[in-house]
Design a protein. Structure first.
Length: 418
């Protein structure tokens, strides 16, 4: 049997030409600040008329303006290519990234993932897997952007489980020997970003061999790459590839640029890579009604609610008070699953109630002070069991975790032709 190679590949990577201002070029991921138009208005003010990835993507804050914005995005992509604003920076290699935020400096490697080795269908066991449920309704707007787009830019972060630090860290140790591509402060509190070209045949081969060795340690049905951020962006790339692959010959499929999606891989064991739980806020009901329903729900399923003991532990925030709740004999593999299963059932039975997903316990506590609002503070995420949790569950419940706060999300920098 021929062993499959690791699905992370080198590529021709595009960057803005040297005269462009990188601090105006790089913008945060489109799915951030969706309820804060003032953030994007400030970004518009900072960018002005300068070349910027702001012109190449659709902030989800403006999804209702898709019809008029998407043609402008495609036109800007073509214009940047035609005028030489976007140019090849690495011919057949990777970009080593150093991103510094309040959490520290984390290391990443930008390249491409083979979409033939990725699948988000339930029950599939590919080398590249989603970590959260993929919601089909979130794909159409992104797919419209990708259809007809000459280039892609990416905020996809893919995780590797490399406790011995064999893939990225050897490159980082000698980063100063590599050709520096950019080194600047990101706008709007995003920290600092530096990038280095990984382009020698020896360095490229070393990355591929290290990933192959990592895969060989994983046994049957290895999950080599786990999508940590950008699940729906990668699913969109897969949907687009599925659209066009049937129009290609077998030979064309092997090397077509749309088969390979731009992404950044990071080691889950990087100390500066923080995992934060995403909390839940329920409105449109009373704490008493919700708790009574939760007690009934747990009893019917062989569980029990308690204030202490073994099980899945939460804090309920109601007005200015907090109450510990333990679900004993939980039905979920992780606390978030146990809670989400109940909340889904509750919302189905109580159509006037609503759920919101809140980043940060302080924000949740503030919102829980509203009348008839109930906050659920989830426990910290153990990133060292993350890969095993995903393997156990298949995918995690939607909105389980966030990799850092909004300003720590990936900023668009590199591009690739598709």
């Amino acid at each position: 049997m021929i062993k499959k190679k690791a699905p992370f590949r080198p590529a021709e990577i595009l960057l803005p030409e040297q005269g462009a201002a990188p601090e105006k070029w790089a913008c945060v991921a489109c799915d951030q600040y969706t309820s804060q138009p003032e953030y994007w208005e400030k970004t518009e003010e900072i960018v002005g008329d300068a070349p910027s990835t702001l012109r190449l993507m659709l902030p989800e804050c403006y999804l209702d303006q898709s019809a008029e914005r998407i043609p402008r995005i495609h036109a800007a992509m073509k214009d940047y290519l035609d005028r030489g604003i976007l140019v090849p920076a690495v011919k057949n290699g990777f970009v080593l990234c150093r991103r510094t935020t309040a959490s520290g400096t984390r290391i990443g490697l930008v390249g491409t993932v083979d979409l033939e080795e990725y699948d988000y269908a339930e029950g599939s066991l590919p080398l590249v897997r989603p970590t959260e449920q993929t919601i089909a309704a979130r794909l159409p707007a992104r797919l419209k952007i990708r259809q007809g787009a000459p280039v892609e830019l990416s905020h996809i972060l893919i995780l590797i489980d490399d406790p011995e630090r064999t893939v990225l860290e050897p490159l980082n140790a000698r980063a100063e020997e590599l050709r520096k591509l950019y080194d600047f402060d990101l706008m709007q509190g995003g920290g600092h970003l530096a990038g280095y070209a990984v382009e020698s045949a020896g360095d490229v081969s070393a990355v591929e061999k290290a990933l192959d060795a990592l895969k060989e340690k994983m046994g049957e049905h290895p999950m080599l790459l786990a999508v940590g951020d950008g699940n729906h962006s990668l699913a969109t790339a897969k949907a687009y590839w599925n659209e066009i692959r049937e129009t290609l010959s077998e030979k064309e499929r092997k090397h077509h640029p749309a088969r390979f999606a731009l992404c950044e891989i990071e080691n889950i064991h990087d100390e500066a890579l923080l995992f934060e739980p995403i909390h839940r806020l329920i409105t449109g009901t009373t704490p008493e009604e919700l708790y009574d329903c939760w007690e009934t729900y747990t009893e019917e399923r062989g569980m029990a609610l308690a204030e202490e003991g073994d099980g899945h532990v939460f804090q309920m925030a109601i007005r200015k008070d907090e109450y510990p709740v333990v679900v004993r004999h939980p039905e979920g593999a992780i606390p978030c699953e146990t809670l989400q299963l109940f909340l889904d059932d509750f919302l189905k039975r109580h159509p006037k109630a609503a759920i919101d997903y809140i980043h940060g316990a302080p924000a949740l506590r503030k919102l829980a002070q509203q009348k008839d609002a109930i906050g659920f503070i989830l426990p910290a995420i153990d990133k060292h069991t993350f890969f095993e949790d995903v393997k156990t569950l298949g995918v995690l419940p939607r909105k389980t975790f966030s990799m850092g706060e909004a300003e720590e999300k990936r900023y668009y920098m590199e591009c690739k032709r598709i």
